[in-house]
Ligand binder design. Structure first.
Ligand code: LLP
Length: 425
């Protein structure tokens, strides 16, 4: 579900024409829909109402201040993984008291800062980190609220680079060691046990792994609540989205290819609420992509078309430094001309100008014939798009726009050449 739609062949975001935005602000250009962000948050919040949910937006997926502010105003908390992310939350008007802090390598400075600001909980990934947090809390005469991040050893059935909940991965306390971990933690004067958490991976498109992991965790959560009075159960994030809008329509071909229909807030809630409700604990969720993914697109312009005897390369002004997902995870993004084009359909590779072959957005995709100056749109680029961008090949980073109804907010200015060398000698 999102608020990008076509009117007379032209693409709009809410009340604003994307061609007009590309013309005014140039390309490559990220455009986000505020209404989509809000509705994703609200739908998840209401579907899970029975679980007293605290939805902590995983801001690693999109950390633009305007995006964070939009969600903070809805009441969202944030899943943070660095001192930099906490800084952004506070700058955006978010509440530290609604932040959970994950990650296997929190530094002393980051822990001290989070403690000073009063975050809701640290998601602790190891015994040594527990000792580190305890030591810092004692020095600051505070009690650090913590939850163990449990590794339930459940396969999330997703890309190997974004699977996190098996013993092959660096994350979490192995399931079998968790009881002992809480026993030790309860004896530390600088630690307050607040919850228990897991996160099994990202872009999970069926409810099965969530249900399996929750079922495995339930008896453990009940024991921990009885022994240590913990107040919340963290389900992590990882809810997958639909990257191919053709699939969203649920055509016969789509149903054939899919084992499961796409996750919706309602289907997710229907799968986990009956399991978790009897716990009588607040449920903390950390969705990133589910909220921001389909709320953003990337616009680019065709620079050149290179036809060889073998290929039709459409070379655009966006590159892997702007959107690295296809290069890094072989991921699919729907690509369309910004304005509907009649004419021949050609098998095309859409590529960026960067000097490596991985800088390819798609291979042999059936696309209308495109020429220099045409504009294209990459859908579902709101999560892990700009957030993973870089200056590779000394390319200034794209501008970001937030559309809210008919209002256009320049959420981040396009970088200039001077920005490339800031701080260098
Ligand atoms: N919580 C924790 C502890 C996480 O590590 C992550 C994501 C999330 C929540 C949010 O996951 P989400 O709901 O967005 O799936 N760059 C990759 C995704 C990396 C995810 C890392 N951790 C991509 O572009 O697919």
């Amino acid at each position: 579900m999102h608020h990008f739609y076509r009117k007379n062949g032209s693409l709009f975001c809410e009340g604003v024409s994307l061609s007009a935005l590309a013309g005014k602000y140039g390309t490559p250009l990220y455009v986000y829909s505020a209404r989509t962000l809000r509705e994703h948050y609200q739908r998840l919040d209401s579907a899970l109402a029975a679980l007293d949910p605290m939805i902590c937006f995983a801001m690693k997926s999109n950390s633009n201040l305007s995006v964070l502010r939009t969600l903070a105003r809805e009441g969202a908390g944030f899943d943070i993984v660095s001192g930099g992310e906490l800084f952004r939350v506070l700058q955006a008007g978010g509440e530290a008291g609604k932040c959970v802090f994950a990650g296997v390598g929190k530094t002393d400075d980051e822990i001290a800062c989070a403690l000073r600001r009063g975050i809701y909980a640290f998601h602790v990934e190891s015994y040594s980190e527990l000792g580190q947090i305890n030591r810092i809390a004692l020095r600051m005469r505070k009690k650090a609220p913590v939850a163990a991040r449990v590794n339930p050893n459940v396969d999330a059935d997703t890309h190997r680079k974004i699977t996190t909940g098996t013993y092959e991965n660096k994350f979490g306390i192995p399931f079998e060691e968790v009881g002992e971990f809480y026993g030790q933690a309860s004896r530390l004067a600088g630690i307050k046990l607040r919850g228990v958490q897991m996160h099994i991976g990202s872009q999970i498109t069926s409810v099965r792994p969530f249900r399996e992991a929750a079922e495995k965790m339930l008896p453990l959560a009940l024991t921990l609540r009885a022994r240590h009075g913990i107040e919340y159960f963290g389900m992590g994030g990882g809810l997958g989205i639909v990257y191919d809008p053709a699939l969203e329509s649920g055509s016969a071909a789509w149903w054939k290819r899919q084992k499961n229909p796409p996750l919706t807030p309602e289907s997710y809630a229907a799968a986990i609420a009956p399991l978790l409700q009897p716990l009588g604990m607040r449920v903390v969720l950390e969705p990133g992509r589910f909220i921001s993914g389909n709320a953003g697109v990337l616009l680019a312009s065709v620079v050149n078309v290179k036809k060889t005897a073998h290929k039709n390369f459409v070379i655009v002004d966006a590159a892997m430094n702007d959107l690295i997902r296809p290069a890094f995870y072989e991921s699919y993004h729907q690509i369309e001309p910004l304005t509907v084009k009649k004419g021949r359909i050609i098998s095309s590779d859409v590529v960026g100008p960067i000097c490596e072959s991985g800088d390819t957005f798609c291979k042999a995709r059936a696309l209308p014939s495109l020429s220099a100056g045409d504009r294209v749109v990459f859908f579902s680029a709101g999560a892990y798009g700009f957030a993973m961008s870089s200056n590779y090949n000394s390319r200034p980073r794209a501008a970001e726009i937030l559309v809210d109804g008919k209002k256009v907010i320049v959420a981040r200015k396009r970088e200039k050449l001077d920005d490339l060398i800031r701080g260098e000698k």
